[in-house]
Design a protein. Structure first.
Length: 354
């Protein structure tokens, strides 16, 4: 690992915005903390990162991000426990996936020290921005964009790595109603579905907008060939409970290898819940809904953690899911958040002290 200990320049903001923030009434990702980390790639290597006041960035109109969409990002959170200690959750997994995404989009991979030391130093500077309000956290957005210029369709020669933070409340409130997609696809075999590329999400907005107009909050994506198998729920991995078995689809080059997904599978096994990682057909889900064996469906991801699904629509029919007192979704969400907020033992070694 390349080292950068004690080499990080920190330029403090002259005036903090923190006193203008109502930490008891936080939306998601719309208020930004005082500082950000910036690191440029130029002359064939990543330059020294630095922490600067949160501010606009200036790019040429010919910057390749605007023309060829070379950009990747990650989603992370910092949590604060009752004693005021700050924690991350499985950050090395985010770093590994970040570089996996970078490689797929021909972006230079980032040294681990730049990511981890840069992130932890930024969080130490922004410690007061990590909320202690129940259910809130500091959402962290590391991203890379192509800042190098030129209209030639080729990878850029310069990039910007930035980490910005936003104190945030819940991503979704309550259960959501979803529509199983029959026409559009989120990703295709051999594509970039497994990477956290900005364009993956841009391509989802229109089909989701159509679903919203029909009264749904999100789309359940299906495979790109025959729309026969369910794959993801909106921007999250999806879990289906049939009877007492929890099922999720296997990861592939179409499906994001979600960190919350992996954690849920491990916790479910620890709880003695039967799990299966396999393809789930739309037909199987509809039949289970009709015969009463479909007990739960929920999305899983960093932003929402676990997002229960109240109903799904398919071929102009809505299927309601039962309301359970002791749902797997609530149990698994509590287990994960108790680890994240340092309220319970972390037998998996996932918690990372800032």
């Amino acid at each position: 690992m390349e080292t950068m200990t004690n080499s990080l320049v920190v330029e403090k903001a002259k005036n903090s915005k923190i006193h203008d923030v109502d930490f008891n009434n936080l939306s998601f990702g719309s208020i930004y903390s005082d500082h950000m980390l910036v690191c440029d790639y130029a002359n064939g290597q990543w330059q020294a990162p630095k922490i600067v006041p949160y501010q606009p960035i200036t790019l040429e109109p010919s910057a390749k991000i605007f023309h060829y969409g070379q950009s990747i990002f990650e989603g992370m959170k910092a949590y604060k426990d009752e004693s005021g200690n700050a924690w991350l959750f499985r950050p090395i997994e985010n770093f590994t996936r970040f570089n996996k995404s970078a490689k797929r989009l021909a972006i230079p991979e980032l040294p681990e020290a730049y990511f981890m030391e840069g992130l932890t130093t930024l969080l130490q500077v922004e410690n007061d921005w990590i909320p202690q309000t129940p259910g809130s956290s500091l959402y962290i957005r590391p991203f890379i964009l192509a800042s190098g210029t030129g209209f030639h369709a080729s990878p850029a020669d310069e990039y910007k790595f930035i980490i910005a933070c936003a104190p945030s409340g819940a991503y979704f409130s309550g259960k959501v109603k979803v529509l199983i997609e029959e026409n559009y696809s989120r990703a295709a075999n051999g594509g970039v579905g497994y990477a956290k590329a900005g364009g993956n999400y841009a391509g989802q907005f229109y089909p989701t907008q159509l679903a919203v107009e029909k009264g749904y909050q999100q789309v359940i994506w299906t495979d790109d060939n025959n729309h026969e198998y369910i794959e993801e729920a909106g921007a999250m991995n999806i879990f289906v409970r049939i009877n007492d078995t929890l099922i999720t689809g296997p990861t592939s080059d179409r499906i994001l290898d979600g960190i919350t997904r992996k954690s849920i599978l491990d916790i479910a096994k620890d709880e003695g819940i039967a799990t299966e990682v396999r393809k789930i057909s739309v037909k199987e889900v509809v039949e289970a809904a009709m015969n009463g064996s479909l007990k739960e469906m929920f999305g899983a991801g960093t932003a929402a953690v676990v997002s229960p699904i109240a109903a799904f629509g398919y071929k102009d029919t809505d299927y309601e899911l039962p309301e359970l007192e002791n749902s797997y979704a609530s149990l698994l969400k509590k287990r994960i958040t108790d680890i994240q907020y340092n309220r319970a033992e972390d037998k998996f070694g996932w918690r990372y002290k800032v």
